[in-house]
Design a protein around this ligand. Structure first.
Ligand code: ARG
Length: 564
């Protein structure tokens, strides 16, 4: 915002466009020199004069402004802002204005997508939370976002599940926690199948029955889906995540033949050990298997049908897949095959990968049954938050709800704070902490703004832009106030970057920095002073900080609490 103002004014006095100037403008490391610096090297090339000479000439020829003072220092033109004037203008405009960069384009986000009858582990948390944050962030900057839960509700594992359920299933244990019971069955199937290979063929038979519409097989399959969805939905509620569509893999059962037909017509299919594949030798990739030797279709075939459906029927302009980095090869193959099929929109399909989440340094696996249940993790996080609250603020009303919001928020924020490709080594003690770079720290800072605004009572700004009249912004000229203003001005940029790079961590980092900058301001300034003009100016900054923190937390999927 500061750069924009200067670029617009400079553009009238030199041969560069305001956009070119904006790209050249710098924030000097030493604030004493100025708030923004214009290096004159680019102009020097154009005008064939020394940069220092140009800087001097520009400094002399630019008109005086109430908003800044200008000085030349060597090859640089430095601008030092009239802080009170800039803060006043900013507050009158209601704070930072979000950049519209999406232009209404529809982005379809494949996210969460857990597998039926398997636990929703903390690994799926990453897809859910990164996906949800991207869904909100992209919407905020002007995209039309649609999210889809591509449930893993089809595949040979259902033959195994039916076999195991019929052999060892116990409706009573299932009544307690069906997902845990199903996982035990799944694990037991693999254990017993090692010395009882006939189990595998039984499972295959059940899957064939399921594929051919056998009512009994279908009934079990539906039971697995209903039980699993009930459990998943409880978690989604807790995480505050909702889906526009649940369209599992089975939805595409009747849409795959058309894909195989097209591939055949286009001569893209080749036989390989009895299977049908699309060769990707030129790209140095292993072939993409379309039909297995037993004629059954697989993951990739479903994903081809899915992508075509999302483009043709759901009218997606961009298709995002928020899925772990271990599936990178799958998505490269998928997008290449779409390209070979002649879909020019294949270039608008993007895999948004993320790193593993490790617990005590170990990858989680459902097959061995060594798995962390997300529900347990959230329970523990909430319990930990409650202990901290009991210690810090025992008189707080509604402690249990606050602890839930803090605990869950801590897990979400702890996940989003790291660049998504990084491995996250998850530790509850680290994320459920009111200090340091954590969600609770940002929430706590927001609660602090609320407590200040409550104390100020009726003199607090009712809404952005509502502060200006009583305020004298010369009271908000200290370095900490100015730094806070500048941090507030960066919000639209942080959101635009987070959206463009599909990187919620940019927004999470920004919120940490804003909270830190606010807390420096808070410790430096007496805010409730009793002098109306002074108080109003400072409260305007508090109010804008509150609005920004609340909005940012919400975008990331974390609740902002009035008190904690
Ligand atoms: N169900 C898969 C898994 O848990 C993820 C599906 C991702 N989405 C997709 N369109 N392939 O591994």
């Amino acid at each position: 915002m500061l750069k924009e103002m200067i670029a617009a004014s400079l553009a009238e006095h030199c041969s560069l466009s305001s956009q070119q100037i904006e790209e050249l403008l710098e924030f000097p490391p030493n604030e004493q020199l100025g708030d923004v610096a214009f290096p004159c090297f680019a102009l020097s090339k154009l005008m064939k004069q020394s940069p220092a000479l140009i800087a001097g000439q520009l400094a002399a020829s630019l008109p005086e402004s109430s908003r800044w003072t200008i000085s030349a220092a060597g090859p640089y033109l430095n601008f030092k802002f009239n802080r009170a004037a800039v803060i006043e203008q900013f507050a009158r405009n209601g704070g930072a204005q979000i950049q519209e960069i999406g232009g209404g384009k529809r982005v379809i986000i494949d996210m969460s997508s857990p597998n039926i009858a398997k636990p929703f582990g903390i690994g799926h948390l990453r897809s859910t939370m990164i996906g949800n944050a991207l869904y909100n962030l992209l919407h905020k900057v002007g995209y039309d976002t649609v999210n889809v839960n591509h449930l893993g509700d089809w595949g040979t594992q259902f033959g195994k599940m039916i076999t195991a359920y019929l052999k060892w299933g116990d409706p009573a244990s299932k009544a307690g926690d069906p997902i845990k019971a199903y996982l035990e069955l799944y694990v037991r199937f693999h254990e017993e199948a090692e010395h009882q290979p006939e189990l595998e063929s039984e499972a295959r038979e059940w899957f064939v029955k399921l594929e051919s519409g056998d009512p009994e097989a279908n009934r079990y399959w539906r039971m697995f889906i209903e039980d699993s969805l009930a459990a998943f939905n409880k978690l989604y509620d807790r995480l505050g995540v909702a889906f526009d569509h649940y369209l599992g893999e089975s939805f595409y059962n009747d849409k795959m033949d058309a894909v195989v037909d097209q591939l055949t017509r286009q001569g893209l299919l080749q036989e390989s050990d009895g299977a049908l594949v699309v060769r990707l030798d030129e790209e140095g990739l292993p072939p993409c298997i379309i039909k297995k030797s037993d004629g059954s279709s697989i993951y990739a075939t479903r994903d081809l049908a899915t992508a075509i459906y999302r483009h043709d029927q759901m009218l997606g302009n961009e298709l995002l897949y928020v899925v772990g980095a271990e599936q990178s090869l799958h998505f490269r193959q998928l997008f290449l095959v779409l390209e070979r099929m002649g879909f020019d929109w294949a270039k608008d399909c993007k895999h948004i990968p993320f790193g593993l989440m490790l617990m005590d340094g170990q990858k989680m696996s459902t097959r061995r049954g060594k798995v962390v249940f997300l529900e347990d993790v959230l329970d523990e996080a909430a319990a930990h938050a409650l202990r901290i609250i009991e210690d810090k603020n025992p008189a707080l009303a509604g402690k249990a709800e606050v602890a839930e919001a803090v605990g869950v928020g801590a897990v979400i924020f702890g996940d989003l704070l790291h660049s998504r490709l990084h491995e996250v080594n998850f530790s509850l003690e680290d994320v459920v902490n009111f200090e340091g770079e954590t969600g609770p720290y940002v929430q706590y800072t927001y609660a602090r703004t609320q407590s200040l605004l409550r104390k100020a009572g009726s003199s607090a700004p009712a809404e952005p832009g509502g502060y200006a009249d009583a305020a004298d912004y010369r009271y908000a000229e200290s370095d900490p106030s100015w730094q806070l203003t500048k941090a507030l001005m960066r919000y639209p940029d942080a959101l635009a970057q987070a959206a463009q790079r599909y990187e919620p961590s940019v927004a999470a980092r920004y919120l940490i920095e804003l909270a830190q900058t606010f807390n420096r301001f808070y410790h430096h300034e007496k805010i409730i002073t009793g002098n109306p003009a002074e108080q109003a100016a400072k409260l305007a900054l508090v109010g804008m900080t509150a609005d920004t923190l609340e909005d940012g937390l919400k975008l990331l999927g974390v609740k902002a609490l009035k008190e904690m």
